[in-house]
Design a protein around this ligand. Sequence first.
Ligand code: NAD
Length: 260
Amino acid sequence: MILKGKVAIVTAASRGIGAGVANVLAREGADLVVAARDVKRLEETAKRLSAQYGVSVVPVQADLTRREDVKRIAEQAVRNFGKIDILAYNTGPPKPGAFLELTEEDWEYGVRLLLLSAVWITRDVLPYMIERRWGRLIYITSSTLKQPIPTLTLSNVIRISLAGLVKTLAYQLGRYNILVNGIMQGYIDTDRVREVAAARAAAEGKTVEEVIAEMGKEVPLGRLGKPEEIGELVAFLASEKANYITGSLILIDGGRTLCI
Ligand code: NAD
């Protein structure tokens, strides 16, 4: 167990990638604060992880686009555990669409969802990491940072700012032994991806499994990734095994992205 005794926050953790990350961090012995909007699902996750791995898991209902909700996440971590070692930042998917299809409200919401939520929670956790001269900030973003997807305008444009955040914070926080990295994942088999696949399957007269298989064929490893495979990378970056890794943006996409 490489994270025994550590306290980690995982955001957008009620399903998909966030839930996979929470699962692996708990397996590795970390006590957790898991946050998302769906408190019922979070409570079930918390119960399951505590029972399975013997760690403490605190669910916090929070809409990441609302500043006052985000504040509660770090507050609950400190109230329950007295410290924060690891932030595994994940967020909800932005609205898809071409530039001409998006409204100004979509842009404002997108900025709160994909950028400001990261800034807010980073501001909230940092004092506790600086105080103890130890911390890990891990931002789960998207392979669109490397290779934009034509219909994902908000993701392509806004998420790239997290690369700037990772590089800047890594530079500024190294002196406090706070390591800062980003993860750029490709296709991961989650509820969200299956919902998108279902819409495509209906439009093309195929089954969801056929669409998922077609997506897998775009990947050299021949399949979509699993949420827990993102969790394994987060756990490694959060552990003492990764003591010299900071300022890195790491692709995990089964080889799909071809640019260097
Ligand atoms: P998902 O829909 O399966 O899970 C999203 C999670 O975010 C859920 O727990 C949901 O409750 C939570 N969430 C959504 N909006 C929220 C909000 N405003 N406040 C708090 N929580 C919120 O999605 P996923 O596939 O796990 O994707 C997670 C992130 O990774 C998304 O930002 C997505 O765009 C990105 N991403 C996913 C893939 C993929 O293939 N799955 C690839 C690249 C990037």
